[in-house]
Ligand binder design. Structure first.
Ligand SMILES: Cc1ncc(COP(=O)(O)O)c(C=O)c1O
Length: 450
């Protein structure tokens, strides 16, 4: 390994020798060894402390080491750590009931998984068996997980290394007014044209072949793309007209991130399946799942569902979801997320957009925001090219380094900096973080036209 391991801790040395990390060229890695975390901060073994503006992978919605969540896990560990998924137990039953109560429409059964990819994977399996059709429409600007089906549905370059994927996935363009695939000039046009495009894709693929349409309610890693008002209602109508299962992937956008229990509540639309993970229990124990409409669940009333997992409904994970939902309610966390978005983050980012020539657009809702960086505001040329690698990433690498030097751990993707701290972050820490980003953006400005 290239990194100097002679003066490093045992944790670091063992990591470099034996831990194979996600999505990475292993030799180039030099990971920070995290020694502890609390609330919106984590720190490394050298004593460097960071405001966690990434929520790790946008999952620690409740903040690090929430004492009540930790206590609930300990309590469940004493009681019952694990059972086979065929059995019932109090933690899993309660988690399913609470999630069903929160979900919109007639979604009232839950299939638990270990994470997001297994959720999207099972959602399309359910949709295909329910409809007897095989095609699934998935957006270009999307991420749905890293198992075979989930990665085939994924529109971003993480898919490329695993191609060819599973058969039957058809790609469409979702709305993104700033870089409109439809040459739209405003949100209204973008909405109408994105829906017309979707209707055309369905016609050309043969609606009778289309089992499901999957989308991230608010696209996450690929840009925090908030759909224009009317878009999701339009998707619902198209799905109803053609008997297509509407799947909302809320793995990143759900559980308070967008200032709602489920992001789709923002538009008052009920999909047929919702995929969740991450924020459901802030990843304290791996957990995900699919919330299933009664109609689709009934397909498997007398016919076995051909899918399962040893850890489906894991009691420890489910107990942490029960506790997390309770804490959200007791502490008004959803309301706090809305307040942060409306009163602190939104206005703060608008000010930065006015000050920095490198900022092309800021957008988001709740505690789910993106700063899209450009070389030129007129042409909207991205600060770094799509999927840039090596030296081409320099402006973004410098920006991330400037944030870290100032004690903020950023989430960057392509030419964007995402503002995604734990949704429990206090107003003061939020403002401190925004001030750090404001300062660090001077680095990006050097690469942008004045
Ligand atoms: C929208 C979305 N779907 C699915 C996934 C996959 O989740 P997991 O990594 O838990 O498998 C992610 C992960 O980032 C995601 O953001």
């Amino acid at each position: 390994m290239t990194a100097d391991t002679t003066t490093r801790s045992r944790a670091y040395v063992d990591d470099r020798a034996h831990v194979f990390h996600s999505w990475s060229a292993q030799a180039a890695l030099s990971p920070v060894v995290v020694a502890g975390a609390e609330g919106a901060r984590f720190w490394d073994e050298d004593g460097n402390s960071y405001l966690d503006f990434s929520s790790q992978l946008v999952n620690v919605n409740i903040g690090h080491q929430h004492p009540k969540l930790v206590a609930a896990i300990k309590q469940q560990a004493e009681l019952l750590c694990t059972v086979a998924p065929i059995h019932a137990n109090a933690a899993t039953s309660e988690a399913a009931r609470l999630i069903a109560e929160l979900a919109p429409g007639d979604l009232d059964m839950v299939f638990f998984t270990n994470g997001g990819a297994e959720a999207t994977e099972n959602a399309i399996r359910m949709a295909r068996l329910h409809t007897g059709r095989h095609k699934v429409l998935a957006a270009y600007r999307s991420y749905h997980g890293a198992t075979a089906g989930a990665l085939t549905m994924t529109g971003d370059p993480r898919r490329w290394g695993s191609e060819p994927g599973i058969p039957g996935i058809v790609r469409y363009w979702g709305p993104y007014a700033y870089r409109s695939a439809f040459h739209a000039e405003d949100d209204e046009q973008e909405c109408a044209r994105a829906l017309a495009h979707l209707a055309d894709v369905i016609m050309l693929e043969g609606s009778q072949n289309v089992a499901a349409l999957i989308f991230e309610t608010v696209v996450g890693t690929n840009g925090i793309l908030v759909p224009p008002d009317g878009y999701l209602q339009g998707v619902r109508e198209l799905c109803d007209r053609h008997g297509i299962v509407m799947i909302a992937d809320e793995v990143m956008a759900g559980f308070g991130r967008c200032g709602e229990w489920f992001a789709i509540d923002h538009w008052g639309v009920a999909p047929d399946l919702i995929c969740f993970a991450k924020g459901v229990n802030s990843g304290y124990i791996p957990l995900g799942g699919v919330v299933i409409s009664r109609r689709i669940a009934d397909t498997f009333a007398d016919r076995p569902y051909p899918g399962g997992l040893t850890y489906s409904g894991h009691p420890l994970a489910c107990a942490s979801a029960v506790a997390s939902i309770g804490i959200f309610k007791d502490e008004g966390i959803i309301e706090h997320a809305r307040h942060l978005g409306e009163d602190v983050i939104g206005p703060g980012l608008e000010k930065m957009a006015a000050r920095h020539p490198s900022v092309g657009e800021v957008r988001g809702l709740g505690v789910f925001w993106a700063i899209e960086l450009v070389r030129d505001r007129g042409t909207r040329e991205p600060l770094v090219p799509y999927n840039a690698a090596g030296a081409d990433t320099k402006p973004m690498t410098e920006l991330a380094a400037a944030c870290k030097e100032r004690g903020l751990w950023p989430f960057t993707h392509f030419n964007r900096l995402h503002v995604v701290p734990p949704i429990t972050i206090g107003d003061d820490d939020m403002r401190t973080g925004l001030a750090i980003i404001d300062e660090a953006l001077e680095v990006a400005d050097r690469h942008a036209a004045g």
